[in-house]
Design a protein. Structure first.
Length: 232
């Protein structure tokens, strides 16, 4: 309980990753990867295999699956992937607890933003389709489709927030999200509902939750305790 207070004390803003963290797009991602595999002669993977291997940069992930990036450039593979993924991602369901978390943050006076490795245009379109775009103060995606890293964008976002980095919580579903938080000075929290499995996420040593609902329960309870003790 003391760990909750220390980790959530003074938080003024929550930055969320998008894919896998707020939207449940794992099945679509696995299907799109296997669609690429069928086209380029690579064996299919299960969702469990996908989550055990998924990593950044994404080009390295594809190489680990057996794609020959010397024979077929990553840009060609990812174009084939996105032809299916981008056309269908808006149909994916939100992760359980998303609306409840956004409502709770609003009631607590805590700002929320998104930082994603998705192309910004697709990210905005999907958020609008879900009726969520206006729920976030800042929506930050990449300007390209290479899914390399979000660190540079995180640095820019932190400057826009205008609050100390230590008072920002970053909620993600990958070890890369943990690395981004560490690079910027944000307080990292991971959920195991997304693109990497629980065992791999444990390697980070960051607080790890089974889902947003579990995280929200601890988050709001921590704030309630802080309010009672006057430590916020």
């Amino acid at each position: 309980m003391i760990d909750d207070i220390l980790h959530f004390s003074g938080i003024e803003h929550v930055v969320f990753d998008w894919n896998g963290t707020l939207i449940d797009d794992i099945d679509l991602a696995v299907f799109a990867v296997n669609r690429c595999g069928e086209h380029f002669g690579v064996a299919p993977v299960t969702a469990e295999q996908y989550r055990a291997r998924f990593d950044f940069p994404i080009a390295g992930f594809y190489a680990s699956l057996g794609f020959d990036l010397d024979r077929v450039p990553f840009s060609v593979i990812v174009k084939h992937y996105l032809e299916h993924f981008d056309a269908n991602v808006a149909q994916c369901p939100l992760q359980p607890g998303v609306i409840e978390f956004l409502d709770a943050a609003r009631q607590l006076g805590i700002g929320v933003s998104i930082l994603s490795a998705s192309h910004c245009d697709v990210l905005v379109q999907t958020l609008r389709a879900k009726g969520l775009f206006d729920s976030f103060e800042h929506v930050v995606g990449l300007s390209h489709n290479q899914a390399t890293s979000k660190t540079a964008e995180a640095v820019v976002l932190q400057k826009k927030l205008g609050t100390p980095a230590s008072r920002t919580l970053f909620v993600g579903d990958t070890l890369h999200d943990f690395d981004v938080a560490q690079a910027v000075g944000w307080s990292p929290v991971l959920v195991s509902t997304g693109h990497q499995d629980y065992q791999r996420l444990q390697l980070s040593g960051a607080p790890l939750f089974s889902g947003l609902g579990n995280l929200l329960e601890r988050f709001t309870h921590g704030h309630a305790l802080l309010a009672k003790t006057g430590s916020a």
